[in-house]
Design a protein around this ligand. Sequence first.
Ligand SMILES: Cc1ncc(COP(=O)(O)O)c(C=O)c1O
Length: 428
Amino acid sequence: MAAPLFRPGIDFAREMDRGDPLARFRDAFAIPKTADGADEIYLCGNSLGLQPKRAAQYVTEELDKWARLGVRGHFDGDFPWMPYHEFLAPAMAAIVGAEDSEVVAMNSLTANLHLMMVSFYRPTAARHKILLEAHAFPSDHFAVESQIRFHGFDPARSMLLLEPRDGEELIRDDDVLDMIGREGDAIALILLPGVQYYTGQVFDMAAIARAGHAKGCVVGYDLAHAAGNIPLALHDWDADFAVWCSYKYLNSGPGSVAGCFVHARHAAARDLPRFRGWWGQDKTTRFAMGTAFHPIEGAEGWQLSNPPILSLAAVRASLDTFRDAGFMGPLRTKSESLTGYLDRLLAEELGKPVRRITPRAPAARGCQLSLGIAGGAGKDVFRGIEEAGVTCDWREPDVIRVAPVPLYNRYEDCFRFVEILKGLLAAS
Ligand SMILES: Cc1ncc(COP(=O)(O)O)c(C=O)c1O
């Protein structure tokens, strides 16, 4: 059935919600409440995704298992702890476009980024640079800077920083490729985001990997804002590695276990340096307690420690919800429509006072829209939005990020958010 034609007004939003094939998933999430008990307008999945209701059940099951079985929980019961992370791999792989053996849930994002750079940043006198954005998320900047220093190089010479052109806020795809073309012979590692945290811009990961490899560079991605947000095809794009967190669009809880991708090409690469731990040791010999290290082939070989099961239980709960929704295909269809609706409402209802920083083209953005408020009133407007029962977030120096998420947001949420913003702007 054709989607109804856009009309301003809440009736259209409600009609869209009634026709939404994913609408029932909202009920699978705990929606935070305002002081008067109403559902908040929660548009903050870019920062912390909402709790799938089944997370409590899955975590409780593991607590019960621990109480009933003690150490035997590693081997007994429905989801024994020894291989627990393996139960997560197929769904995680489906979300990032990978083979099961290319992904593993472990550690946190920045820790994984360091582990990946230990293996994949191999600077030489001639090729020592890391290409990243000038406005990369600070943790990525710090990780890169410290790895460069660790190898005895100078960040001032080895960090190659991509910036938008003067007067622009987004980095042009062509400028990324030109930089790789110009500097590629000196670049050891390209480290870029899938979705930029501040602007919401999607990078052309396939083209970057192609251009980088043509120049002999290693290509890795930070998918903090991309995993569970936009469709990814890490294996086919031939990325060397990627890292992501699970607490944003992957709804796995604050600080929950992160993800890591290592391309199958590197699965058995014994020549790569890596930091070692017993959980990366070949499973058939791990408990022989020998000290000769034989890494598991694939991403699992980069694990260090036995993982926090209570946290992985929440990740599993989230991944099961993604599976029930049909993974990224249906979610992306709704997301383009939902964010497109919000973008159009902002343009038609508010116009110039709200600067939409995120790209217009649906393919060049995910759920998030980044908004600048004219006249330096951004922070006051943001406070007003929060007081009106909306959760979104503020990023210094000057942006309000709003992210309608297809698993639990409604068109009505977008409509009401724009009405609130309109009221605040009229009053300011
Ligand atoms: C783009 C990006 N990279 C890295 C991080 C750091 O993540 P963590 O604290 O999980 O290591 C974040 C956190 O929000 C992020 O948005």
